[in-house]
Design a protein around this ligand. Structure first.
Ligand code: PSU
Ligand code: MN
Length: 302
């Protein structure tokens, strides 16, 4: 029984029972994606942004052998301390549960859990995707998006990735990418990757209408790609040099698997003197706000 392995926080249980809009939030960004103390501040700001926009936040993580959907602030703070935490993607779920490890959930594991709980919207910063060059590395965020009927609100895939290949992967597996007020696919820290989205939407109602029909047709995940707030955005050409250096360092130090993304984000933050942390913070909060609007539109009758 899946219930053995999952627990809803009281605020989430209540919201789902009353059919109120709920937005799921991940914990890998808290435990591994941002430096302290920004990580906890942002996690709480995202929850506040969801509430201000009229939805209920459900931050997800693994504690004491259960996937908790709707962590309390004191529990979120434990994830922000970052001690002895496993980065849990889909393949790690059973391991973390059986071994009773504290686990931060990636977009993939968060989407999986949200779908099980009947939460149709997840907000994050940048999804994982196809990494550049060799060795072969594709985030489980992609196949999970192709498998679960959830809207993931993000600022595209992380700029460290091969965005063209990531976009092609999503196309092959039938995941539409909607641009929030833009025809350009954002590149996480910057507003444009130079690649197009599949359709521009200018309101939550438009995004929700497409999601509903996608699901009625048997489709699964959708991406809503929100450009980072302009005041914080870092131009892509300025970042590219820094990304190249960070990638070369990662390759030289032989990093592999789940350690690669946190290492690159940390290095790029250091080399831009925190500029990427500032934009990452801003876009996470903005994406949470947009996700709440879409959750509300989905909860309203069509
Ligand atoms: N968004 C951010 N920062 C992050 C992430 C998303 O702004 O650190 C996390 C998400 O949890 C995503 C993960 O699932 O990075 C991707 O990791 P990987 O490339 O190892 O699959
Ligand atoms: Mn990977």
């Amino acid at each position: 029984m899946i219930e053995t392995w999952m627990r809803l926080g009281p605020h989430v249980q209540e919201a789902l029972a009353a059919r109120r809009p709920v937005v799921a939030l991940e914990t890998v960004v808290v435990a591994f994606g941002l430096p302290r103390p920004a990580n906890l501040e942002v996690a709480l700001e995202m929850e506040a942004a969801v509430r201000e926009a009229g939805a209920i936040p459900a931050t997800i993580g693994i504690l004491e052998g259960q996937v908790v959907i709707g962590l309390r602030p004191s529990e979120i703070a434990r994830f922000a301390e970052g001690k002895e935490i496993l980065k849990v993607s889909r393949r790690d779920l059973a391991i973390a549960l059986a071994q009773r490890r504290m686990g931060a959930t990636t977009v993939a594991a968060t989407v999986w859990a949200a779908a099980r709980a009947g939460i149709p919207v997840v907000a994050t910063g940048g999804i994982g995707g196809v990494h550049r060059g060799m060795p072969f590395d594709v985030s489980n965020d992609l196949p999970t998006l192709a498998a679960e009927p959830v809207v993931v609100v993000c600022s595209g895939a992380k700029a460290i990735l091969d965005l063209r290949a990531t976009r092609e992967w999503l196309e092959t597996h039938g995941v539409p990418i909607l641009g929030w007020g833009t025809a350009d696919l954002p590149a996480f820290y910057s507003p444009s990757s130079g690649l197009p989205v599949d359709a521009r939407v200018d309101s939550a109602a438009e995004a929700a209408a497409i999601a509903r029909i996608h699901w009625a047709l048997g489709g699964k995940g959708l991406l809503v790609a929100v450009p980072p707030p302009p005041a914080w955005a870092v131009p892509a050409d300025r970042l590219e040099q820094v990304i190249h250096e960070a990638l070369a360092e990662a390759a030289a130090s032989g990093l592999q698997g789940r350690e690669v993304t946190p290492f690159l984000l940390r290095r790029i933050a250091e080399r831009t003197e925190g500029e990427t942390v500032a934009v990452n913070r801003a876009l996470l909060v903005e994406n949470a706000r947009v996700a709440a609007q879409i959750a509300r539109a989905l909860a309203a009758s069509p």
